[in-house]
Design a protein around this ligand. Structure first.
Ligand SMILES: [Zn+2]
Length: 101
């Protein structure tokens, strides 16, 4: 499933999907779900989570500076605090939208 539209609203990301479904994802939820290794911790070969120190979040951490589509499968979101290593796969965005509904 691909997004046909991505709109940024104050405090919320809106995704309109090809099938006409819509996902509204609060930006705070979106940032806390950042799938990058720094935010989610890496797993070792045994599948154990190696969690680093929790990332420090500020109000700017929940503001989006820029959104780019990546490779037809994800959005790369650059946050106002400079964090931009999270690639949000479309299935993740859909799940986050469902959870917010
Ligand atoms: Zn991250």
């Amino acid at each position: 499933m691909q997004p046909s539209r991505v709109d940024l609203f104050p405090g919320e990301l809106a995704v309109v999907w090809e099938d006409g479904g819509e996902s509204f994802i609060p930006l705070e939820r979106l940032r806390r779900a950042c799938p990058c290794a720094a935010c989610q911790g890496e797993t070792d070969v045994m599948g154990r989570r190696l969690r680093g120190p929790p990332p420090s979040l500020s109000p700017a951490s929940f503001e989006v500076a820029q959104i780019e589509k990546v490779g037809g499968y994800a959005l790369q979101i650059r946050w106002a605090d400079g964090h931009a290593t999270g690639f949000y796969g479309y299935d993740l965005l859909r799940r986050l939208g469902d959870a917010a509904a």
